[in-house]
Design a protein around this ligand. Structure first.
Ligand code: NAP
Length: 309
């Protein structure tokens, strides 16, 4: 079996950038695309904050461009996701689908997946008013009434941020107590554009037939009362799930499963680097993910050289 110089797990911004850099360094990277090829960007509509595109670019187009760019220099893409990894072996062994691959170095760029509510119509309206990214999609709802779901810091941050655009933000939380830090909660409470609805759950989002969000079907958990709240968008701030389970026990992770790195992209295992949202719970931007993908690829180059591989 061929031993690869570098395998990259994940094909979002971080993975594609790592692929581009390592392909240009002639390392012939293999990219295992993962569950959600293209990552979170492939779920968004217009991206207006990735430098270099004055008119903006759609998420799927940006991702496709990155992929083409890396492929041009010899990056090899394969569908599938890693089901088993042995980081103690040299070379490192990874299984994906029915295949096994051996590699001298590994870049984990498997990202984080937004947590969704699991409503009947939720998925069909992603990109049409249902979003998990306020910085990506908030701008499209200027002057509109919208809702934010969640009771943690992300929800408070999103709700506060979205008041820049929206005429009104209704923050909907399933309990009465908030998980958010006091400062973030106080800031949201002090904002005259934000209205709080507690003890309230979302039963569905309407209206798929119009291909846009027109209302949320809500229910008060205590009284059982149900009603429709007219809004143009629903932003979810109910957390993300880092895609790192397959490395459990082999790499350090924090309480929520985000990989812990030092010097930006180093894990505790030599030759194994992590970049992008799987190790970043703070910035979570396409451009920061791309930046850390670049760092990981440069470290791979250095590592292979230093180890004489
Ligand atoms: P989080 O703290 O886990 O909060 C998630 C919220 O979503 C909780 O209020 C939870 O409700 C709610 N939720 C989860 N699943 C739900 C469901 N199925 N239906 C309805 N509600 C649901 O997540 P986060 O807000 O993303 O924060 C994650 C971490 O990042 C935290 O440590 C946070 O402090 C940090 N963070 C910091 C900042 C900042 O400082 N600027 C900004 C964002 C995030 P329950 O409370 O009922 O469980």
């Amino acid at each position: 079996m061929d031993i690869r110089n570098v395998v990259i797990v994940g094909s979002g911004c971080a993975g594609h950038t790592a692929a581009l850099y390592s392909a240009r360094a002639n390392l012939k990277p293999l990219i295992i695309e993962g569950h959600e090829p293209g990552g979170q960007l492939s779920m968004t509509t217009l991206v207006e904050n990735f430098p270099g595109f004055p008119e903006g670019i759609t998420g799927p187009e940006l991702i496709e461009n990155m992929r083409k760019q890396a492929s041009r220099f010899g990056a090899e893409y394969r569908m599938g996701h890693v089901v088993k990894a042995d980081l103690s072996k040299r070379p490192i062994e990874l299984s994906f689908g029915k295949e096994m691959v051996q590699t001298r170095t590994l870049i984990i760029a498997s990202g984080a997946s937004a947590r969704w509510l699991g409503l009947p119509n939720e998925h069909a309206l992603i990109g049409h008013g249902v979003s998990s990214c306020a910085t990506c999609d908030g701008f499209f709802f200027s002057g509109k009434e919208i809702a934010v779901i969640g009771g943690g810091d992300s929800a408070m941050e999103e709700a506060t941020f979205l008041t820049r655009f929206a005429s009104k933000v209704t923050l909907i939380h399933r309990r009465e107590q908030f998980r958010a830090s006091k400062i973030m909660l106080d800031r949201a409470r002090a904002n005259p554009k934000i209205e709080f609805l507690t003890d309230t759950v979302v039963d569905d989002v309407l209206d798929v037939s119009k291909k846009e969000v027109t209302a949320l079907r809500l229910r008060n958990r205590k009284s059982g009362e149900s009603w429709d709240l007219p809004v143009s968008a629903m932003f979810l701030g109910i957390g993300h799930i880092p895609n790192a389970k397959v490395f459990e026990g082999q790499l350090d992770a924090d309480a929520d499963g985000y990989l812990i790195t030092h010097k930006n992209v180093f894990t505790k295992v030599p030759g194994v680097f992590a970049c992008g949202d799987v190790q970043d719970r703070r910035y979570r931007q396409a451009i920061t993910a791309a930046g850390s993908g670049c760092m990981a690829a440069l470290e791979v180059e250095k590592y292979l050289e230093e180890e004489g591989l």
